[in-house]
Design a protein. Structure first.
Length: 300
């Protein structure tokens, strides 16, 4: 059984999906007028945009949606605000409404590469792989140097089984930005899927050199090392991931697997129990049960 830790989740979703358009840059041109009422409306809309973005950053997604609703009542033609609201709706578990908002943003601004990228990310999370690829491709057509779009299209292609196409996209992302750690990690996952664990380890190592706090890169490198029978180095990687993030349930679980290989069952049980506790707290009940099953196998 291959031990590959796949990372296709929306890591750091806030920084990924929020467009770099600043609130002050969302020029409310449609409301501009010499009248006092129009000036007040524009000022109020700008305030709501800023408040909404602040609420997004602090995790108050419902509050953010309320603020963006206020903006769109004042001016229903602001594409970036639909993108913001769509992002908040997605995080609240309303992907269909989120897609509708992002589609409206694209309708209002067909050359908004960020909106296509955002919609592609949601399609990717929903498992709509071809739709995701189409959106990422459109974002790239609009903005050929869009690093994130290449990286995300690579994720979708890998999930579709097109490993070489995925590697090509990750490579292009790295060519455009050699300091983009996620692309090295993702290219490592693709090489691991092809069975080239040595090359995968080199990719994970490069990602870690760029960003020493990238916990999932340590986890992925640990799994590749475990696959090659390098248990002690694998344990070092999982332990480092735990040092960076003590709530990394996957790292505890993977370290438990490695300790079984080394015959250290007592320590393995401790790791699986910690992993189970964290998985339960994080609502990942399938993984929670997997950790309990591992304990049961050691203590029938």
């Amino acid at each position: 059984m291959r031990l590959i830790h796949n990372t296709i989740s929306l890591l750091g979703l806030t920084s990924i999906l929020i467009s770099p358009v600043a609130a002050s840059a969302i020029q409310l041109s449609q409301t501009r007028s010499t009248t006092t009422d129009s000036y007040i409306a524009q000022t109020s809309a700008n305030d709501f945009v800023q408040q909404g973005i602040q609420k997004l950053e602090t995790g108050d997604f419902r509050g953010a949606i309320d603020d963006f609703n206020q903006v769109l009542e004042i001016n229903p033609n602001l594409a970036p605000v639909y993108s913001y609201r769509g992002f908040a709706r997605f995080l609240l578990g309303n992907p269909e409404d989120a897609l509708a908002d992002l589609t409206q943003a694209i309708k209002l601004d067909p050359n908004n590469a960020q909106a296509y990228e955002n919609r592609g990310r949601i399609h990717l999370e929903m498992g709509n792989l071809q739709q995701a690829i189409n959106d990422f491709t459109k974002a790239i057509e609009i903005e050929p140097t869009f690093v994130r779009a290449y990286d995300d299209r690579g994720l979708a292609r890998r999930a579709q089984g097109d490993i070489q196409g995925a590697i090509s996209d990750f490579t292009q992302a790295i060519k455009l930005d050699p300091t983009y750690a996620l692309a090295y990690n993702n290219r490592g996952n693709a090489y691991s899927q092809l069975g080239d664990e040595e090359r995968a380890i080199a990719e994970y190592t490069q990602a870690i050199q760029i960003n020493p706090d990238l916990t999932f890169a340590y986890n992925n490198r640990g799994m590749a090392r475990l696959e090659l029978g390098r248990e002690k180095k694998a344990i070092a990687d999982f332990t480092k991931a735990i040092e960076i993030d003590p709530n990394d349930a996957q790292a505890y679980y993977s370290r438990g697997l490695t300790r079984i290989q080394l015959g250290n069952e007592e320590a393995a049980i401790a790791d699986f129990q910690k992993a189970a506790d964290l998985f339960r707290q994080q609502g990942q009940m399938t993984f929670y049960q997997n950790a309990l099953d591992q304990i049961q196998q050691i203590q029938p």
